[in-house]
Design a protein around this ligand. Structure first.
Ligand code: G3I
Length: 637
C-alpha cells in the first residue's frame, strides 16, 4: 500500500492535520476516509467556537465537536480545539454593546469552564485565545479587551489549565509568522507569561497565504527558533496557499513549491511539531467565499485527487534529513539546542561540564535525538515548569544546586502539579506515548563516581536510574530503551516507576565504573597513561566526529579552569579551587585521560581538606599532565 502523508510525517515526529467540519464527515465517505488516511491531527474549523457551542447562556451544544473527537479517537488523530476566546463567531446572545466587566467575566469563566471540561481527554491542544493582538503587537481592541482589560488573555490560559491540566495551551494568530512588530509583541507577551508561570505551551501560526508575496520563510524559521528557545511549541495551524483564478498548471507548480518550502521550514525547526492545513480539499475551503478572485488553496482537488502540492510534501518528507550538528561550534550548538529529530521526545540534559554535554548530545544525535541543555538545578526547575519533558539526565554534582537536591524539589513540585508531567499526546488511543514506563518524570542520575556510593541518596531523592560517566553509546541506548521504549530505541521496559535492575542492584553499566580509567588515588599502570584513545573510541562507538568535538570542548574549557584554579589558590579559596579541579577531573574522565584525571582528583581532594599548600604543590603536576595530554592530542591530529 502506498505511504500516506501522515505516515511520511510520522517518521519525522511531525503531526500533519486539517481543519474539518462534522457535517461532511458524516455525509461524505471520501472526505472521512481521506482525512483518516492522510492526517494525524484534526482541528475543529467552526464546531468548537463559542457561537456554535454556546447557543444560549445556560445551554451548550457539543454535538458537532463530539463527533469530531469521536472520529479522531477511532482513527487515532490528535484533536486541536479551536477556539475558546475569540471576538468573532460569538454567540448571538452576547450583548457586546451593553455588557459590563462582570458580564464578560461571567461569560469567560462559564464558557471556558464548561467547554474545556467537556473536552478534557479528547482535545489535546487548545487554541485558548485567537487573534488578540493588533499589527503593532499591542493588545487588539475587541469586545474582550474592552470588557475585561489586558488581563483577560492571561486569565483565559489559567482558566483553561484549571479545567484541563493535561491539554497543551496555544495562542493562535495570523500575521505573526515572520519577524515583525506583531510577532515581537507576541514574543514579549509570552516570555512575560512564562516568567510569571502562566500556563502557555505553544504558538499557532495561521499562515493563510497567497502564492506570491508570503512572509519570508527565513524569518519564519528565526521566529520559530526564538519561540522554541522559550520552551514553546509551534504549530502551523491554518495553512493554505491561495491561487489567483484562473488556475493554471504553472500556478499549481508554484503552489507546490511554496507548500514544500513551508514543510522544510517546519521540519528544520525543533519547535515546530505540527503542520495543519485549513481544510484539505478544494471542494471545501473558506478561501473562495472570503477572497474574491482566489481559489484552490489546498492539497487535494474537489474530487479528492492529490494535487502537485501533495506530491511535493511527500517528496520533501521522504528526502529531508536533519542537519548534522556534530561539527557545530559551541555557539551554533547552543542555538540548535532545541533541535530534536525525534520530536515526540523531549530530553533535558542537566550538566555543567561541557565535555560531558558534548558526549551526551553527540551520542543522542546518533540515536536521532537531541536534548535541551541546562547547567544548574535552578534552570532545571525553570525548564520543567514551562515544558513537558519525557526524561531528565541529571548530573549529580552540579555547582549551584546539585542533582540530588534538584531531584528532591522536582518530586515535591510534581505533587503540587508545578512541574509539567510528560505529554499524554493522545489519551485513550494507540498513539505514541513517549513516557510509557512511568507516570512521573524519569530522572536518570549521571555520576563519575561508582553508583554504589551514590545509590541510596539518589534513590531516596527520587531518581529512577543511573548512568556512569564517561557515558557510552551502549549505556545511553540501554537507558533510553528502558525509560522511553516507544521512541524507536525500543527494548524491554522495566516495571512501572521502578529503578532499573542495574540501578536497584547498583551494577555498573557497561562502559561505566568498570570501563572508566583508574579512579583517583588508585595507583597502577593505567594511572600514568596519558591518553587511552582506544578505550575512548570503543566507548563512543567509533564516532571520530564526536571525539573531536569532545577534545575541542576540553581544549577550550580546561585552560580557563586552570587559570581560575591558580587564582583561587592565590586567594586561598579552597572551595573555588575544589570546584575548578572537579571540572577538570570530569573532563579528563570523559576523555579517558587517566594521568590528568588522577592529578585533578588529588588536587580536588587537597582542596576539599582545605589543604591549600598541598593543592598549590599539585597545581604544577596538574598543568604538566594537561600539557602532556594536549601534546598527545596534537600528535594524533
Ligand atoms: O453555520 C452557519 C449556517 O447555519 C448558515 O446557514 C450559513 C449561512 O451563511 O452560515 C454558517 O456559518 C458560517 C460558518 O463559517 C460555517 O460555515 C458563517 O457564516 C461563516 O462566517 C463562517 O466562516 C468561518 C470564519 O472562520 C468565521 O470568521 C469559516 O468557515 C472559517 O474557516 C473561518 O476560520 C477562521 C479561523 O477560525 C481563525 N483564523 C482565520 C480563519 C479564516 O477566516
Amino acid at each position: 500500500m502506498t505511504e500516506t502523508l501522515r505516515q511520511a510525517a510520522q517518521a519525522h515526529g511531525l503531526d500533519v492535520g486539517a481543519a474539518v467540519a462534522p457535517g461532511p464527515l458524516q455525509r461524505d465517505a471520501q472526505y472521512a476516509s481521506t482525512l483518516a488516511r492522510q492526517f494525524s491531527m484534526l482541528t475543529a474549523e467552526n464546531a468548537m467556537k463559542s457561537g456554535p457551542v454556546h447557543p444560549e447562556p445556560e445551554r451548550y451544544d457539543f454535538a458537532g465537536g463530539d463527533l469530531l473527537v469521536d472520529f479522531a479517537r477511532r482513527h487515532d488523530l490528535a484533536v486541536r480545539g479551536h477556539t475558546l476566546i475569540w471576538h468573532n463567531q460569538l454567540p448571538a446572545w452576547v450583548q457586546a454593546d451593553v455588557w459590563d466587566y462582570r458580564d464578560w467575566q461571567d461569560f469567560m469563566e462559564s464558557h471556558i469552564g464548561a467547554v474545556a471540561t467537556h473536552y478534557r481527554g479528547g482535545v489535546a491542544f487548545w487554541d485558548v485565545v485567537n487573534e488578540a493582538l493588533d499589527d503593532d503587537g499591542n493588545l487588539r481592541q475587541t469586545p474582550w479587551s474592552r470588557g475585561l482589560g489586558s488581563g483577560y488573555l492571561e486569565q483565559a490560559f489559567r482558566l483553561t489549565h484549571a479545567a484541563d491540566p493535561q491539554a497543551r495551551l496555544f495562542y493562535n494568530d495570523y500575521g505573526a509568522e515572520a519577524l515583525n512588530p506583531k510577532s515581537d509583541g507576541l514574543y514579549r507577551l509570552l516570555r512575560d507569561f512564562l516568567d510569571r508561570g502562566v500556563p502557555v505551551h505553544g504558538v499557532g501560526m495561521q499562515m493563510h497565504i497567497p502564492v506570491e508575496g508570503y512572509p519570508p520563510l527565513e524569518q519564519v524559521a528565526a521566529n520559530m527558533e526564538r519561540l522554541g528557545a522559550l520552551g514553546l511549541e509551534v504549530h502551523v495551524t491554518e495553512l493554505d496557499v491561495r491561487l489567483p483564478v484562473p488556475v493554471t498548471e504553472d500556478k499549481l507548480a508554484k503552489q507546490a513549491q511554496v507548500y514544500g518550502e513551508i514543510m522544510d521550514t517546519c521540519l528544520a525547526a525543533a519547535s515546530c511539531t505540527a503542520l495543519v492545513l485549513w481544510g484539505f480539499t478544494d471542494g471545501r475551503s473558506w478561501v473562495p467565499g472570503f477572497f474574491q478572485g482566489w481559489d484552490q488553496a489546498l492539497i487535494f482537488d474537489a474530487e479528492y485527487r492529490p494535487k502537485p502540492a501533495y506530491h511535493t510534501l511527500m517528496q520533501r518528507l521522504a528526502t529531508w534529513r536533519a542537519p548534522d550538528h556534530t561539527r557545530d561550534t559551541e555557539a551554533e550548538a547552543d542555538a540548535h539546542g532545541k533541535r530534536c529529530t525525534n520530536r515526540k521526545v523531549r530530553i533535558l540534559l542537566a550538566e555543567d561540564d561541557s565535555v560531558n554535554q558534548k558526549v551526551v548530545l553527540g551520542l543522542l544525535a546518533k540515536l536521532n535525538m537531541q536534548a535541551d541543555c541546562v547547567a544548574d538545578g535552578t534552570e532545571v526547575l525553570q525548564s520543567l515548569a514551562s515544558t513537558a519533558y519525557d526524561l531528565v539526565f541529571m548530573d549529580i554534582e552540579m555547582a549551584s544546586m546539585d542533582g540530588i537536591e534538584t531531584t528532591r524539589r522536582i518530586r515535591q513540585l510534581e505533587l503540587h502539579c508545578a512541574v509539567k508531567s510528560p505529554p499524554t499526546h493522545r489519551p485513550g488511543t494507540a498513539g505514541v506515548q513517549p513516557a510509557a514506563v512511568s507516570d512521573r518524570l524519569p530522572i536518570v542520575a549521571m555520576t563519575a563516581h561508582s553508583w554504589q556510593e551514590y545509590r541510596d541518596p539518589c534513590l531516596q531523592a527520587g531518581m529512577d536510574d543511573c548512568i556512569t560517566k564517561p557515558v557510552s553509546y551502549e549505556a545511553l541506548r540501554r537507558v533510553l530503551e528502558r525509560w522511553l521504549p516507544a521512541t524507536g530505541t525500543s527494548g524491554a521496559a522495566t516495571q512501572q516507576g521502578q529503578p532499573s535492575a542495574g540501578a536497584r542492584a547498583g551494577e555498573a553499566e557497561p562502559g561505566g565504573t568498570d570501563g572508566r580509567p583508574a579512579s583517583a588515588g588508585q595507583s597502577g599502570p593505567e594511572e600514568t597513561t596519558v591518553w587511552n584513545r582506544e578505550r575512548l573510541q570503543q566507548h563512543m562507538a567509533g564516532d571520530e566526529d564526536l571525539i573531536e568535538a569532545m577534545v575541542e570542548a576540553a581544549l577550550t574549557s580546561i585552560p580557563p579552569a586552570l587559570h581560575n584554579l591558580e587564582e583561587a589558590l592565590s586567594r586561598a579559596d579552597a572551595t573555588d579551587a575544589q570546584r575548578q579541579a572537579h571540572s577538570i577531573k570530569g573532563a579528563a574522565a570523559n576523555l579517558f585521560a587517566p594521568a590528568l584525571q588522577t592529578a585533578a582528583a588529588r588536587m580536588e581532594q587537597a582542596a576539599e581538606r582545605g589543604d591549600v599548600d598541598a593543592a598549590r604543590t599539585g597545581l604544577s603536576e596538574l598543568t604538566r599532565q594537561f600539557d602532556r595530554w594536549r601534546k598527545a592530542v596534537r600528535r594524533r591530529s
